[in-house]
Every structure is written in structure tokens, then in C-alpha cells.
Design a protein around this ligand. Structure first.
Ligand code: C5P
Length: 231
């Protein structure tokens, strides 16, 4: 099974990203490009990084009506990224439309499409008291149900907490897991966290690591530690 560490490149500009990547020369880490930097730099940054040979997970978490998501993915698919995502909360019809959109370009056909189940910054308390999900359904129940929808829509996998990775394996879905912290690091706004070695034990396909690497005193050492533990 493929297993890799994906660095969440949450930087305000491509200059900051280039500065960060400088000491990683020759290592070619898998990169996650999210809303912060994409909104500033646009698709040209993704094209540049792909031309430089990086694997890219484009994390824009699209969530809209099926037709809009399909059109957006028809365009984004042309970038030829390795993984792209949407929200499972958009429903099965939206997820199918997303795949159709990607399939409209040769490059997009090769892109893995995954869906966010429940954000790793949410927990049972928020789900039941803020979002009014019936308390008879636990967060894990909701994650499982959304993952079953992802499967029914024919997608490749999900974004979920590493704690839910065994469930995804059972369903035959790849799991891309944020909410990863090296032992002793601050959890910040994440609620459902795991270390890279625990994520490996749980069978996660990919881990997405942001601040444990990007805010480390020695980001390369932190990245290597994640790789040692997980790969
Ligand atoms: O800094 P940290 O390791 O918490 O970063 C996690 C990254 O993964 C962020 O870029 C965040 O947007 C992303 N993410 C997440 N939870 C999800 C999906 C993506 O934390 N469900």
C-alpha cells in the first residue's frame, strides 16, 4: 500500500513557501496546497510545483451544488494534481458530479478524488450541540455513514482522523489523515489527533502534517521524524 507524509503548506505567499522548501532540496516531499496560499497565488503556483516534480494534494474542500462543483472540478482537473478533495456533506449526487467534472480532462482522469468526512477540528460536543446532529449518532457513526456515501459515489477515499483509518480500510477507501502531532507538540485547534507512529498502526494511507513540521525549530528534522515513524 502507498504510504506517505504530506506537508500542509499553509503559507501566505509563494515566497514564504519557497523559503520553507529550500532546505528540503532533493527530498521532494509530497505537498498539500490549501486555501490560504491558493487564494493568494492561484492555479499558476500549482502548475509550477507540478512542473518541478512535486506530488500535490490540492485541498480546497469544495462544497456547493452539484453543477457548480462539477464545473469547478472540470477546470481544476486540468492542473493534473495527484489528489483533490470535496466535502462529503454535499451528498452523493454532488460527489458523483465532482468525479464527472474531473473526468472531463485527461489530466483530471488521473487525479484521485477524496471527500472530507467530519473535520478533525470537530468533536461529538460540537456535532451534537452546535450542529444539532441527533445525539443517537456518535461522531464515528456519522463518519462511517459519510464514508459509505463516498464509496457509493465511487470516490477513491476520504479525509478523516487517523483514529477512523481502520474503518476506511474495512470499506476499501484510502484515508488521508490530518490532525497529526509529534509527541509533545501543541494540538492547537485540532481535536482528534494521533502521532505518525499511531497513524501507521491504525493503517492510515497518508498523513497530512502542518504545524508539527512548518513551525518546528528544524522542519527537515521534524519531516524526517514523521517519515521514520510513519513510512
Ligand atoms: O497544522 P496542522 O497539522 O493542524 O494542519 C492540518 C492541515 O490539514 C491544515 O492545512 C488543515 O486545513 C488540513 N485539514 C484538517 N482537517 C481536515 C481536512 C484538512 O486539518 N478534515
Amino acid at each position: 500500500m502507498e504510504r506517505d507524509v504530506i506537508i500542509a503548506c499553509d503559507f501566505p505567499s509563494k515566497e514564504k513557501l519557497a523559503e520553507f522548501l529550500e532546505p528540503f532540496k532533493g527530498m521532494d516531499p509530497y505537498l498539500k496546497i490549501g486555501m490560504e496560499i491558493f487564494d493568494k497565488e492561484g492555479p499558476s503556483l500549482v502548475k509550477e510545483l507540478k512542473e518541478m516534480g512535486f506530488h500535490i494534494f490540492l485541498d480546497l474542500k469544495l462544497h456547493d451544488i452539484p453543477n457548480t462543483v462539477k464545473s469547478a472540478l472540470a477546470k481544476l482537473g486540468e492542473l493534473g494534481v495527484d489528489i483533490i478533495n470535496i466535502h462529503a456533506e454535499g451528498g452523493i449526487e454532488m460527489m458523483k458530479a465532482a468525479r464527472e467534472g474531473l473526468n472531463m480532462s485527461e489530466a483530471g482522469k488521473k487525479t484521485k478524488l477524496i471527500a472530507v468526512t467530519i473535520l478533525t477540528s470537530l468533536n461529538d460536543d460540537i456535532l451534537h450541540n452546535e450542529l444539532l446532529i441527533d445525539p443517537k449518532y456518535s461522531l464515528r457513526d456519522v463518519v462511517r455513514h459519510y464514508a459509505e456515501n463516498v464509496k457509493a459515489a465511487g470516490l477513491d477515499g476520504v479525509v478523516c482522523s487517523a483514529l477512523e483509518a481502520p474503518m476506511m480500510k474495512e470499506l476499501g477507501l484510502i484515508s488521508v489523515c490530518p490532525g497529526i502531532r509529534l509527541l509533545g507538540d501543541d494540538v492547537n485547534d485540532q481535536k482528534r489527533v494521533a502521532t505518525p507512529s499511531y497513524a501507521k498502526e491504525l493503517g492510515a494511507s497518508y498523513i497530512v502534517v502542518g504545524r508539527s513540521i512548518t513551525k518546528a525549530d528544524d522542519p527537515v528534522a521534524a519531516y524526517k521524524k514523521c517519515q521514520e515513524e510513519f513510512c
